[in-house]
Every structure is written in structure tokens, then in C-alpha cells.
Design a protein around this ligand. Structure first.
Ligand code: UDP
Length: 242
């Protein structure tokens, strides 16, 4: 039987730190790591090249902790970037346990725990079928890993940025608070920017708009959704250029 055919050749997947810990919890959980690794593995098995950007919110987000800890915002952001490296290392092992070749490339230089990010080397790994986990965000404070996903997605020439979330896609209101919030099947980058719809950081979505990189916002917590999207099913919300 022939392999089902993937719609995309190369993708960048943004996952939040929260997807790697118990629901509503903190830190890391093996079951969560294995689940995400399996979701990624299903897509790799389709022959898709996968770069993964991991967040660090299961440990900390700079904007939330700087004041509480009495540290400069930039310091808190570097702490957040280090948190993403913790997640990258844990996810790397989970993928390996599931039999998938994988490399971590970090934007912060800590070479004993991963390669430094190198675009050409990253592309080579991807072409060889290795998953590349991008740790350390952009390496710069005052942005989040959403910006990392946009920048790296563009420089790696991906076909689409997949943003995994806790909800089914982009809504006209917060679905956690408003049960009548309407889910968009498709939306333009411009509509998101102008309507201040909560999808990802404004700067990140503006960059995707500028470079015409499509984004699909989907529910990472519904098993199999990622694979189904890769196979072309219209799940989640597709963000396309106008
Ligand atoms: N961060 C940063 N620069 C980056 C990426 C991340 O300063 O390029 C910091 C920032 O404080 C951020 C934290 O790392 O809040 C964790 O990343 P993020 O909030 O994107 O994690 P997520 O919410 O996706 O788990």
C-alpha cells in the first residue's frame, strides 16, 4: 500500500511549554513528552521535514516573573530562553525513545547541550530526515518563541508554520470565556493584525504576513490532528496572505 501523501515538504511546528507538562501544571511530564513525540513522529513518517520550536512557559515566561523576582526583564527573558533549552533536551530524548533521529540546535551558545543554531547545518539535518528542535528561542530578550518560529520558518524556507494550541484555532473571542465564540476556518494575516486576534505575538504574525508564510493554528491536544492537517484536512484555522 502506498504511503498517504503529505501536503507539505517542510514545516515548522511551534509547541508551547505547557504541552510538555501535566494539564495546568509545571515542569515536565513523561506522558506528555511521549505524546508530543508520537504526534511529531507520525508526521516524520509521512516524509515531512520537521523543525520544532519549543516554548518555555511550563517553567517561566519573562514578562510574568521579572517583577516578582526583582530581576531585569532581559534577565527574566534569558531565564525563559534557558527554560526552552530544558524542554528541547527532554523532547529530544522522547523522540529518540520513539526511534526518530533528532538534533537540538540552540540560539544561545551552550554547546555541550546542543549544536549552535546554524541555518545550513539545520537544513542538512532536515534533508536527512532528522527532526531539529530549536531551543533558546531567538537568543534575544523582549520577544517570545512565536517570533523564533516566524524567523526560523522563513529562513528555513518552510511551507507552513503550525502553531499548536489548547483550542481548535482562531476565534472571534476567547472561547474559554465565551461559549459562543466563533471559530474561523480561514483568516488573513491582516485580519489578525488589525483585529488584534489572539493567535501569536503581533510581531511574529506581522513577519509571517510580510513574507507570506501561511500559518495553521490547531489543537495540539487532540491526538492525530497534526497528521490530519499535514494530509490536507481542513482542521484548525488557516491564516493566509490576503
Ligand atoms: N524568550 C525570549 N526570547 C525568545 C524566546 C523566548 O526572551 O526569543 C523568553 C521569554 O521570556 C518567554 C520565555 O522565554 O516568555 C518562554 O517562551 P514562551 O513564552 O514563548 O513560551 P510558551 O508560552 O510558548 O511556552
Amino acid at each position: 500500500m502506498s504511503k498517504p501523501s503529505a501536503r507539505y515538504r517542510r514545516i515548522i511546528l511551534k509547541i508551547s511549554g505547557e504541552s510538555l507538562c501535566p494539564p495546568g501544571g509545571f515542569g515536565l511530564q513523561r506522558a506528555a513528552l511521549d505524546r508530543i513525540a508520537a504526534e511529531i513522529g507520525e508526521v516524520v513518517a509521512l516524509g515531512v521535514q520537521v523543525a520544532v520550536v519549543v516554548g518555555g512557559g511550563n517553567f517561566l515566561r519573562g514578562a510574568n516573573v521579572a517583577d516578582d523576582l526583582g530581576v531585569a526583564r532581559a534577565t527574566a527573558d534569558y531565564m525563559g530562553m534557558l527554560a526552552t533549552v530544558l524542554n528541547a533536551l527532554a523532547l529530544q530524548e522522547a523522540l529518540e525513545r520513539n526511534g526518530h533521529p533528532v538534533r537540538v540546535q540552540n540560539a544561545l551558545t551552550i554547546e555541550r547541550v546542543g549544536e549552535p543554531f546554524d541555518r545550513r547545518r539545520c537544513l542538512r539535518h532536515l534533508e536527512k530526515g532528522r527532526v531539529v528542535i530549536l531551543g533558546g528561542g531567538t537568543g534575544n530578550p523582549h520577544v517570545t518563541t512565536d517570533s523564533c518560529a516566524s524567523i526560523r520558518g522563513i529562513e528555513l524556507g518552510v511551507d507552513v508554520l503550525l502553531k499548536g494550541t489548547k483550542v481548535d484555532g482562531v476565534y472571534d473571542d476567547d472561547p474559554a470565556r465565551n461559549p459562543d465564540a466563533k471559530l474561523f476556518e480561514t483568516v488573513t494575516h491582516e485580519q489578525i493584525v488589525n483585529g488584534r486576534l489572539r493567535v501569536m505575538d503581533l510581531g511574529a504574525i506581522e513577519m509571517c504576513e510580510q513574507y507570506r508564510l501561511p500559518v495553521i493554528v490547531f489543537n495540539l491536544f487532540k491526538p492525530g490532528t497534526l497528521r490530519r492537517i499535514i494530509l490536507g484536512e481542513p482542521l484548525g484555522t488557516r491564516v493566509s496572505p490576503a
